[in-house]
Design a protein around this ligand. Structure first.
Ligand code: HEM
Length: 137
């Protein structure tokens, strides 16, 4: 089974490829109407996913916890709902998916905040949060 860091990076790369094809399509057609959706696909789907992946690669204790998989699934759901949600809101269809996707995005980042505070960053900080935690260098 792939590590959680690999899942984050690989899924992020797939989102980036989709976002880039979309960007080229926008450039070629000179229709930039949906650029905010393209921007969020790339920034949450690729940049944030890759930052999360790097964090889990650096921090084995966080990567080993079940919460890491919850975080991964939550972030993937965020991208899959928020991206079409923004596009649908722009074309005036519905704002429901954009609102739901926004809530998921906040939850994903709140969960990341908790995971970082709970585990620290890096193997050396694996004891962060317990009484014997080593101070960060
Ligand atoms: C093949 C690669 C890409 C192409 C051809 C492309 C193309 C475009 C185009 C045509 C726009 C609209 C610009 C405008 O209307 O002023 C745009 C906006 C944007 N792109 Fe890309 N893009 C690419 C990759 C990326 C990547 C990798 C990211 C982020 C990591 C990104 C983030 C953004 C953002 C944040 C916006 C502005 C969205 C907004 O105005 O709300 N793009 N892109």
């Amino acid at each position: 089974m792939k590590s959680i860091a690999t899942k984050f990076f690989a899924t992020g790369a797939v989102f980036a490829l989709g976002g880039m094809v979309w960007g080229i399509q926008m450039s070629a057609t000179h229709d930039h109407t949906l650029s905010p959706a393209h921007g969020h696909l790339n920034l949450i789907g690729f940049v944030a996913m890759s930052v999360f992946g790097a964090y889990y690669a650096l921090t084995p204790r966080a990567a080993a916890a079940r919460l890491a998989l919850v975080h991964y699934l939550l972030t993937v759901m965020t991208v899959l709902i928020l991206t079409p949600g923004i596009a649908l809101a722009i074309i005036g269809e519905t704002e429901v998916l954009a609102k739901l996707g926004s809530v998921l995005a906040v939850l994903s980042m709140a969960l990341f905040t908790y995971v970082v505070l709970r585990n620290g960053v890096g193997a050396a900080e694996a004891g962060a949060g317990c009484a014997h935690a080593q101070p960060a260098e």
